[in-house]
Write a protein that binds this ligand. Sequence first.
Ligand code: AHM
Ligand code: MG
Length: 328
Amino acid sequence: DHNKFALPVGATLDRFIMRKQEDFPYATGELSQLLRDIALAAKIVNREINRSGLIDIAGAYGNRNVQGEDQQKLDVIANIRFIRALRNGGEVCTIVSEEEDEMIQTGNTQGKYIVAIDPLDGSSNIDVNVSIGTIFSIYRRMSPTGTDGTAQDCLQPGTQQVAAGYVIYGSSTMLVYTTGNGVNGFTYDPSLGEFFLSHPDIVSPKTGTIYSINEGSSDSFSEGVAAFVAHCKENNFSARYIGSLVADFHRNLLKGGIYIYPATKKAPQGKLRLLYECNTLAFIVEQAGGKASNGRRRTMEIEPDNLHERCPLFIGSTELVEKAEAFL
Ligand code: AHM
Ligand code: MG
């Protein structure tokens, strides 16, 4: 019963992480430290995002950064911030980032953990003030410490995740994560610089009436996907598609619904990345009572072949994902 030591709504993230650690008498505190490092980077990125509308104004006043460079794009900034936090934190040996083709070795060869991360997903939405997110998965390395992490360490199936989470930079900023004992959500109070437990033990509705898919690609949907979409319409579902994965996922997690990114002509393997998008959200949704699949099999059981591979994603309320699978 993972609720036995539940902290009340309003507990800070730090306290929550500490309390969770006490539940595991042999825990060394390294994973806790790693989660705190991610939360710190999230605060910094949140600050940059909130200011992003001012960058052009600042630029108009000739405000370049100290190196005399023009402002970098936010996804690049987010990548730098998260890598720096993980490197300084010391718990992570190797990082896989959407922003970089190769694995990133932090130099912390004693670090026991691997992180796969999309530092700022949905970045095309920044310019128009739409919610964006950070998505991260944490794995334990398999190779011995004292050396760099290996490709094999990074290519573990999603079932091996020890933690997964996302940050949504939206009308408020939230961090939602799981360590395999349910899902908890924390809301950021910018005036205090703290995340507070606001959504304890998130349970996703078994079913729902929201479907989220980019219907602009409907010409290249498979028969099964087209039939499922028709089914949603026949049943008067609501179509909701922000085009920002974290935001679409977060809404459906709380309200009940299904998010689909299928194979299309333009993206024959789907668009989303297995390591730091599909598996991450799959772990969270399963921990909240939902389901994730590539249409044929459970997302988290797919054996990854390369760091940035893509796969189709059907994710959300259990009944809806099963229904979609039945149509495929
Ligand atoms: P990005 O990594 O280039 O930001 O793309 C990922 C985003 C997801 O957030 C979103 O779910 C998806 O792309 C939307 O794609 P599309 O515009 O094809 O519907
Ligand atoms: Mg992305």
